[in-house]
Design a protein around this ligand. Sequence first.
Ligand code: COA
Length: 183
Amino acid sequence: MLNHSGSPDLYTRRLHLRPYRPEDWRAMFDNWAGDPEVTKYLSWGPHASPEVTKGVLEMWVESYVSPTVYRWGIEKEGELIGDIAVTLWREEEESCEIGYCLCRRFWNQGLMTEALNRVVRYLFETVGFHRIAICHDVQNPASGRVMEKCGLKKEGVFRGMKKRKDGSWMDVAYYAILSDDPR
Ligand SMILES: CC(C)(COP(=O)(O)OP(=O)(O)OC[C@H]1O[C@@H](n2cnc3c(N)ncnc32)[C@H](O)[C@@H]1OP(=O)(O)O)[C@@H](O)C(=O)NCCC(=O)NCCS
């Protein structure tokens, strides 16, 4: 059985993962939610204005009353630079899926690997998930590399599984890690 524990502050060598606050809208919009390059391979498009980001944040902040919400802002040296969250979970199967994105200025410095490692450890050790999966558009190999570096194993590619924002069909690569896999 899962021990739902919400989104407490988590720390890594360089990062502070923390619950969102309403005033985070500016950094969130400027650093990732408003950047078409960041959202290129995501299911959602860039926010059209900071007002959209404010609305999303309001919902996220309210959602923290539930201990089943796992969503953190990623902070580095006091600046909010990205997002990592459980995007869906299944109680019966004790499994969940994760999504993440990071401000472009900070790509390729090992930061999402650091954040994902910490979140995976929390979800296994504190919440008690048995299986954690993440998927990515095959055209976005950097995300698969983050998964590999965190010990997730590639389980397969689902051809034409989703429709991209431009209407083309996406092959989706699935990775997962089990609680007793080596990390
Ligand atoms: C995917 C993303 C989260 C990666 O974050 P990051 O902090 O840059 O990741 P890391 O630095 O920990 O690792 C990135 C790895 O991908 C590699 N990489 C980067 N671009 C690549 C490419 N085009 N092809 C293959 N590998 C690539 C890097 O070299 C690095 O691997 P290495 O450490 O072996 O050299 C970030 O690029 C991002 O936010 N992208 C936009 C949103 C997104 O795609 N989210 C994931 C949706 S599934």
